[in-house]
Design a protein around this ligand. Sequence first.
Ligand SMILES: Cc1cc2nc3c(=O)[nH]c(=O)nc-3n(C[C@H](O)[C@H](O)[C@H](O)COP(=O)(O)OP(=O)(O)OC[C@H]3O[C@@H](n4cnc5c(N)ncnc54)[C@H](O)[C@@H]3O)c2cc1C
Length: 413
Amino acid sequence: MPSETIIVYGAHWCPDCRTSKQFLGEHQIPYQWVDIEEDKMAEQRVIRKNDGKRIIPTIVFEDGTFLAEPSNAQLAEKLGLKSVASRSHYDLIVLGGGPAGLTAAIYTAREAIDTLVIERAAFGGQAAGTEKLDNMPGFPEGVAGIDFSKRLRQQAERFGVELLQAQEVTGLRKHDNYAGIHTADGSTYTAKAVLIATGSRYKRLGVKGESDYMGAGVHFCATCDGPFYKGKQVVVIGGGNSATEESLLLTKFAEKVTLLVRGGEFNATRFIQDKVLSHPKIEVRWHTEVKAFEGAAGKLKKLRVVNNQTGREEELTIDGAFIFIGLVPNTGFLEGSGIRLDPWGFAVTGHGLLHDGERPGGYEERDPYMMETSVAGIFAAGDVRDTSTKQVVSAAGEGGSAALEIREYLKTV
Ligand SMILES: Cc1cc2nc3c(=O)[nH]c(=O)nc-3n(C[C@H](O)[C@H](O)[C@H](O)COP(=O)(O)OP(=O)(O)OC[C@H]3O[C@@H](n4cnc5c(N)ncnc54)[C@H](O)[C@@H]3O)c2cc1C
């Protein structure tokens, strides 16, 4: 795999540079960022490499080779990420390689159930982006999210799970007694059973300027982007566990962290609240909402905020903003699949599908399994499931439970 010497030459206003940086970040591939507008020698290097043209991003790899303005698919190929499966049919296809998906795959492959996992970003899911998991049983000192994810992946590989990376699932259709899975590269894979373990992602505020400065001052991952803010002033938006935990993480880099909370209290564990409130680098502003992100030359410079009790508006001059306001399930690709979702878009399973004891269509002979969706043979586990508890240990536990149910289901088809 690539080393830490990948250099991304670009400029802060360049959207393609942001796309490449996001791709590398999501795949947890370390890189050095060089803004050629601030480094004229670097700019000359880029021009020399591109035969006199100033093309950005230009990405230079450890072996001296480079890609100019690469697509994500070109980057994936260059980085040796396997994104195409070796066969077209499997016993089980797992959608998503987070703790739920990889745990399920470990269980099924260990029982010789032919298993393919399709992951669009890095293995480990949200857990991989967590600095330290302190509540994983069996790790008395805690474990870095990235290390935990590597271990999960290694364990899955040891049992022969086939793993695809940098490949997005775009659709799912059930036909008779098999399912078709469509991917972004136009491929279709089929399987006797499917596990949806696609987790969830960060919610956006939806206010002016937010998407304009994405990756150029607006962030959703302190672990990925916090180190860019050494000695700087950052704002964190949100009042839950993620916002409070990430504020603490950001104090390692930033000189000051201002936490903007819409309500008058946190919705986080008491232990973390106490740490935040007593931290000398963190200032908490209650009843504060963001109205707009503003900047210049493609870089975020200011936040326009309002106190929702007094109506007083204010401008905060900042270097970066980190948004942690909740999760939305990654279930958009299920449109047209017939899989029942709850009002927020999470997959409904098991007893949740029974209304007054009535089973959904397709379940004439039996009740759905606990992790089975409204479409027989399609299971869901982890954060994407409606009543899940949004923790690594429970996601992994649900993955294991789903695997055992899938084993039973496969005996019948
Ligand atoms: C900042 C933060 C800190 C946290 N800290 C802790 C903690 O300390 N302890 C704890 O127990 N939990 C913690 N959590 C929660 C925990 O990380 C999640 O509950 C857990 O990762 C959920 O696992 P999952 O496998 O269900 O989903 P995810 O981890 O979300 O994994 C889903 C995977 O599916 C992939 N995917 C999504 N859509 C597609 C698609 N269409 N095609 C292909 N792949 C797709 C995603 O890229 C992702 O890798 C934290 C979460 C966050 C965000």
